[in-house]
Ligand binder design. Structure first.
Ligand code: NZQ
Ligand code: ZN
Length: 385
């Protein structure tokens, strides 16, 4: 096992009706800004419930944070925070709203050009406003981690950043608030959580048996409950399991003490920035071929994944790895998420722009060994056509 430092201060309030806890969780005299996305939180009543729970506090609203939240929109929120002397932020939504809120929390107190936060991956954040979240979409884990991903539309750039000051103070997870999700977003959430586990698990053996078993348990749970929660969106127990599984997939626990990959994510961000694919769609396209192109260095873990997660015990190591990669692709397809670039009307003519942007963003030595170069990414994309 590798050395590690593990710290996660986010309080989780999980269960039906937990939004009422905001009364105790948000400081009683704070000037609060509620940040949300499009119309969903208004239509399904979540926003009303949140404002009711906040009682007499001075509350303002900032809506319109888009999926793959943009620097351009978020800087408007930063302006509101400064002008209105906001003291506490409350994100109501999915990963995009929560990520956007993390950026606003840091940018509101940042002296200098806020885009530098992205250029330096968040290392230059020395203060952030306190914030909490009400999660409406199980997928990213942003509700219990210190990371975020922001897009600058004008530059077609999507960059991650993280900082210990960006853990939410609390997150409210009420599975009922996810019942209104369209099936596509539920499937996106299953795929995103699945790939988060894979990025931290499918590298090379690191004598970390408990991390491996945690990861395999999360993967098997997603395989089991993914189709079920799509078929029965209002089955509370299944939806509750999805919500907690997605949180555990990226709250730091399973990644402590093990090597991590993240090449699929970094390449996926470029596809979203250029061609506007959903985050999970990019992952479903890239992961299978990313594993295949790197089969030699990942073989030990691919075989373990095949045997323990998919129960594949026949054939050579290579046979097992191949079968596991195909089962992974079939799983994504079975959820309704297509796994080929051509399914999204992208062809070979779209690949070079992705490679160019990887280089521009210094994403040239990705993966657990730093050997995923733009040339490897080109191969992955060609194989994903
Ligand atoms: O905008 P509204 O109207 O709210 O609609 C949203 C949005 O269109 C809708 N939605 C959310 N909750 C709903 C709902 N519709 C009906 N009922 C509900 N209860 O869902 C759509 C997608 O929302 P979004 O927040 O964009 O999805 P997701 O949670 O998948 O977040 C994706 C973003 O998170 C980033 C991604 O890159 C992407 O920008 N990620 C953040 C990570 C992190 N912070 O750790 C890690 C991830 O790898 C990921 O990169
Ligand atoms: Zn992700």
């Amino acid at each position: 096992m590798q050395d590690f430092s593990f710290y996660n201060p986010t309080r989780i309030e999980f269960g039906a009706g937990k939004i009422a806890q905001l009364q105790q969780l948000v400081p009683s005299n704070a000037r609060v800004l509620i940040l949300f996305g499009g119309e969903s939180a208004m239509h399904n009543g979540t926003l009303d419930e949140v404002t009711a729970a906040l009682g007499n506090r001075e509350v303002q609203l900032f809506g319109g944070i888009e999926p793959n939240p943009s620097f351009e929109t978020l800087m408007q929120a930063v302006k509101v925070v400064k002008e209105q002397h906001i003291e506490f932020l409350l994100a109501v939504g999915g990963g995009s709203v929560i990520d956007g809120t993390k950026f606003v929390a840091a940018a509101a107190l940042y002296k200098g050009d806020a885009w530098d936060i992205l250029l330096q991956g968040g290392e230059n954040i020395s203060a952030a406003l306190p914030f909490g979240t009400v999660l409406t979409l199980p997928a990213t884990g942003s509700e219990m981690n210190k990371g975020a991903v922001i897009t600058r539309k004008s530059l077609q750039t999507k960059l991650p950043f993280s900082n210990e000051r960006l853990y939410p103070q609390f997150s409210i997870l009420d599975p009922i608030k996810t019942y209104t999700l369209p099936p596509k977003q539920v499937a996106n959430g299953v795929v995103d959580a699945f790939v988060h586990v894979m990025e931290q698990y499918l590298t090379y053996p690191a004598q970390a048996p408990v991390q491996d078993r945690f990861a395999e348990g999360l993967l098997q749970t997603l395989i089991e409950i993914g189709p079920k929660t799509l078929a029965e969106p209002q089955d509370y127990q299944t939806r509750a399991s999805l919500m907690w599984t997605a949180t555990l997939a990226l709250n730091g626990l399973i990644g402590a003490g093990v090597p991590q990959d993240w090449a699929t994510h970094m390449l996926g961000h470029e596809l979203t920035a250029l061609y506007n694919l959903d985050h999970a769609q990019t992952l479903a396209i890239i992961l299978p071929e990313m594993l295949r192109q790197r089969k030699t260095t990942k073989l030990d873990k691919l075989v373990q994944y095949a045997e323990r997660v998919w129960g594949i015990n026949q054939g050579s190591d290579d046979d097992k790895a191949e079968a596991a990669i195909e089962r992974t692709r079939e799983f994504f397809e079975s959820l309704g998420i297509k796994t080929r670039l051509s399914d999204y009307r992208l062809g070979s003519a779209h690949i070079e722009a992705v490679i160019h942007n990887l280089q521009r963003n210094d994403m040239t030595a990705l993966g657990e060994h730093g050997d995923v170069t733009p040339a490897v990414c080109r191969q992955v994309l060609k194989a994903s056509l």
